[in-house]
Design a protein around this ligand. Structure first.
Ligand SMILES: Cc1cn([C@H]2C[C@H](O)[C@@H](COP(=O)(O)OP(=O)(O)O[C@H]3O[C@@H](C)C(=O)[C@@H](O)[C@H]3O)O2)c(=O)[nH]c1=O
Length: 188
């Protein structure tokens, strides 16, 4: 597993070693030991799996507020997505900055987002599936969205009229949200 820093501190891109032979291929999709070598010590407690039927489906930007914040380790197991992490930790040098990468069935890349980041993705193909680990359980009470097209964040999504959930269509701008992350504060 090759773990690379991104332009956003704390966000990592992972490239698993893929072993191909006449039968197909093999890879370690998760190794606690490899993550720990890179200083990622979260204890993942939940695996999520979502399917989007259509290209142009946009899920995000999502996070859970403290004390139920979540780190995520995301991969695309079918099709392709443009996956985005946004730093929402007030006081962070990277506040409102984002990093994006294409994750696909083909490239097998994974994106790691620590607590304090929002997450979203746009499907680049019909029938795309995303699987991700989280280090905190789902909490409806702490679940939040902010506008995917918030100009204060300025993500250049390559879509004009995305397919959105009703929750994401009604999401507030960051300035109107109660996002509660503070950089260097108590554990999120
Ligand atoms: C996220 C989640 C949702 N649900 C339920 C709530 C709801 O009824 C249904 C669909 O939820 P959503 O519409 O929020 O699903 P979705 O829009 O796919 O939400 C996800 O988006 C990506 C970008 C993330 O980063 C995730 O953390 C999560 O927020 O599933 C759970 O039971 N457990 C969970 O962990």
């Amino acid at each position: 597993m090759k773990i690379s820093e991104t332009g956003l501190a704390g966000v990592y891109l992972m490239e698993p070693a893929v072993f191909e032979d006449e039968r197909g291929w093999f890879m370690e999709s998760f190794s606690l030991r490899e993550l720990q070598k890179a200083g990622i010590c979260d204890e993942f407690v939940q695996d999520n799996h979502s399917f989007s039927a259509k290209k142009g489906t946009l899920r995000g930007l999502h996070f859970q507020n403290p004390p139920m914040a979540q780190a995520k380790l995301v991969r695309c197991t079918r099709g392709a997505v443009w996956d985005v992490a946004v730093d929402l930790r007030k006081g962070s040098a990277g506040y409102t900055r984002w990093f994006a990468a294409e994750l696909s069935e083909k490239n097998k890349l994974q994106l790691y987002l620590p607590r304090g980041f929002a997450h979203g993705y746009l499907t680049l193909a019909d029938a795309s599936e995303v699987e991700y680990k989280t280090d905190q359980y789902f909490s409806h009470l702490h679940d939040r969205s902010v506008r995917y097209d918030d100009p204060a964040i300025g993500i250049p999504w390559d879509v004009s009229d995305p397919i959105l959930s009703s929750k994401d269509r009604k999401a507030p701008l960051l300035k109107d949200s109660d996002a509660g992350f503070v950089f260097g504060g108590d554990r999120l």
